[in-house]
Design a protein around this ligand. Sequence first.
Ligand SMILES: NC(=O)c1ccc[n+]([C@@H]2O[C@H](COP(=O)([O-])OP(=O)(O)OC[C@H]3O[C@@H](n4cnc5c(N)ncnc54)[C@H](O)[C@@H]3O)[C@@H](O)[C@H]2O)c1
Length: 270
Amino acid sequence: MAGRVEGKVALVTGAARGQGRAHAVRLAAEGADVVVVDVCGQLPDVTYPSASEEDLDETVRQVEAQDRRAVSAVVDVRDLAGLKEAAGRGVAELGRLDVVVANAGICSPRPWDQVAPEVFANTLDVNVTGVWNTVMATAPHLASAGGSIVLVSSAAGLKVQPFMVHYTTSKWAVRGMAKAFATELAKHSIRVNSLHPTGVATPMGEGDMQATLGAAMAGDPRLAPMFSNLLPVQVTQPEDVADVVLFLASDESRYVTAHEMAVDAGVSEF
Ligand SMILES: NC(=O)c1ccc[n+]([C@@H]2O[C@H](COP(=O)([O-])OP(=O)(O)OC[C@H]3O[C@@H](n4cnc5c(N)ncnc54)[C@H](O)[C@@H]3O)[C@@H](O)[C@H]2O)c1
């Protein structure tokens, strides 16, 4: 039986680990070749470990284990020229581009009055300009073939999550950006949707992340329930999000565009 994205080519940023790796492997399992992009280096301001080139190599290995081809690129999404080179090389080697998942992002929670100007700027650079760069570098390759672009926001882009003014700002911007691109790319039959996960078990939640959040919550415990999911699940898995990325990447969602797709266990309604 043909895979749900058989013959398509996808590009995923932030693919060295976590959700990005799950998206790359899930799309490959359903028949896509994948361009996997990651900075594989120190992330600004964060209190969790950064990804390595070995992590990206492992994603390539897992894609190839699905009998699909992978092209990898160590690129910072803040580098538009680097992304253009990666997209061009991916199309040259894999023949086309159908799906883009702008997934790379950083999260460095802290109370509002501890967000230094450079922390605010770094979060906007990676989470907003990086997503814009990803679309600018890839959409020209999609234009003649139609396609699907998924911009990864967060539940923090649907409702407020406390102790992350900078992150929340960036994820609401991604939500708006998806609608703006969807409007102008529609004439090429390119769909653009934003994706809004609740908490996902990835390395982003490791290191000192929980302690950092806990310390912030101690300053205003009334806000802690804002992280509660409606469904009785504490944390979701990368594969839960990848299932929805697969749907948005596939032709099953061919009339879904400019949509805010929540994979949020209802947290945004709680
Ligand atoms: N984990 C969660 O609870 C959660 C919830 C909602 C949304 N998100 C969002 O999902 C996306 C994926 O997060 P994750 O949980 O897999 O985190 P993660 O930290 O495990 O993975 C993110 C990947 O992005 C890469 N990356 C970061 N900055 C980059 C840059 N400038 N250029 C290229 N690559 C870069 C990292 O190296 C890493 O491999 C992010 O946009 C995040 O904001 C995460």
